[in-house]
Design a protein around this ligand. Structure first.
Ligand SMILES: [Zn+2]
Length: 412
């Protein structure tokens, strides 16, 4: 079919040099979060996409706590939204990624953290895997699709968000402003080594604080030791069985106690102790129910110890997300993926959370998470992405995108 050939021609237009070059440039624009500072990377992508003829919008995020400060002009945090217009006959395809990275951490790196160096068949630096390579591949796919001149029945959106690594600030703002109205399908370029993910775990971060009463360290019976009380809370948490059904792709719910701090001096009875919890939930489990179960466990402890006082504070709350691997758009993506890679991938689950936890509950659209980065290199020193995977991702996005825009399959 002539049409099939035209789509393959679009794939041939993918330039490895451009995909590598853009990824490297993005790595050199430091955007570690906190504090974020995604604006420079957003502008850089915006210039590229504007030159390609897309409508580009840079959405500033205020510096205020609510993310809507009056001082938005001076903010260096921003989300990018770019639109390639289609015929308006079908819902949009959304290529989505994030601009921020985690901080570099304390370990020594073999190359400068934001070198963007191209060596040994890889692009090196913070964000190379998670996920500036995903954005580099997506922009190259947008270019190949646009310049191929193939018919587009719907819009192609490219979003590059701020704040995914902390609170999905940018994704929430896109949803709040209604800028993603009626999308048909999301492709999220987070690191999967080009595997296909259709489900991700929920994330619930909590801070627990026990409150006691200080006394001189030589007279501990006059105080209430908050660290000792926290010991009881930790034991109760370890014994806690959070009700859930293990998920075929996600497995079971997990609970990790990640940090602890308390006390000021060896000779003072501590009046405060704090821990933080990282709970990863699965489909069918509500984060509210987890909080209620933890509060009930604390109440039970209080039944046997009236001096035990503990507060629970919510830090991060993302729901688990899944779409059917049988959804028509997912199947269409998988078929294009198999044509490019000659691999038949099974749908997988991810234990990490992405902007999908904001986009999918809000839009009910199907999605895949598929990106060139290596999951094992995300959030680690000496981060890199393999150029072979990066170029493969750009080709997958191009073919899958061209197919979708030529005629989105019906049914979710
Ligand atoms: Zn990421």
């Amino acid at each position: 079919m002539a049409f099939e050939k035209a789509q393959r021609d679009a794939v041939e237009r993918v330039s490895p040099q451009r995909a590598v070059g853009l990824t490297s440039e993005l790595v050199r624009l430091d955007s570690h979060n906190p504090p974020g500072r995604e604006l420079a990377a957003a502008r850089h992508l915006g210039e590229r996409l504007d030159a390609l003829g897309l409508e580009v919008e840079i959405i500033p995020h205020g510096t205020g706590a609510a993310g809507a400060g009056e001082d938005q002009g001076s903010s260096d945090r921003a989300t990018l939204l770019a639109r390639l217009r289609g015929g308006g006959e079908q819902p949009a395809l959304v290529f989505a990624g994030h601009l921020d990275t985690v901080p570099p951490g304390a370990s020594a790196w073999e190359r400068p953290v934001t070198s963007g160096e191209v060596a040994e068949g890889c692009v090196w630096g913070l964000g190379a895997t998670d996920m500036k390579s995903g954005l580099g591949a997506m922009v190259e796919a947008v270019r190949a699709i646009k310049e191929s001149g193939l018919p587009r029945r719907g819009d192609l959106l490219l979003v590059a968000t701020a704040g995914e690594e902390v609170d999905s600030l940018g994704a929430k703002e896109l949803v709040r402003r209604g800028l993603l109205a009626d999308p048909g399908f999301f492709v999220i370029g987070e690191p999967t080594e080009n595997g296909i993910v259709t489900a991700e775990k929920g994330v619930l971060w909590l801070r627990l604080r026990t409150v006691g009463r200080t006394a001189h360290g030589s007279l501990p019976h006059l105080g209430v030791n908050a660290i000792v009380k926290m010991g009881k809370v930790i034991e109760a948490l370890q014994a806690l069985r959070l009700p859930h059904h293990p998920h075929p792709l996600l497995g079971g719910c997990t609970l990790n106690i990640g940090t602890i701090s308390g006390g000021v001096k060896t000779n003072i009875v501590p009046d405060a102790c704090e821990i933080s919890l990282d709970v990863r939930t699965v489909i069918g489990q509500s984060n509210e129910a987890v909080i209620a179960a933890i509060q009930a466990a604390i109440e039970q402890l209080r039944g046997g110890d009236a001096e035990l006082a503990a507060e629970v504070e919510l830090i991060i709350d993302r729901p688990p997300v899944e779409v059917s691997p049988q959804a028509a758009a997912v199947q269409q993506f998988m078929a294009a993926h198999a044509e490019i890679t000659r691999r038949r991938e099974q749908a997988q689950g991810a234990t990490f959370a992405t902007d999908a936890s904001v986009f999918i509950p809000a839009t009910k659209a199907p999605m895949v998470i598929c990106g060139p980065g290596l999951p094992s290199k995300a959030h680690t020193p000496n981060e890199y992405v393999q150029i072979e995977r990066l170029v493969e991702a750009a080709r997958i996005y191009t073919l899958a995108g061209a197919r979708y825009l030529a005629g989105a399959p019906a049914g979710r």
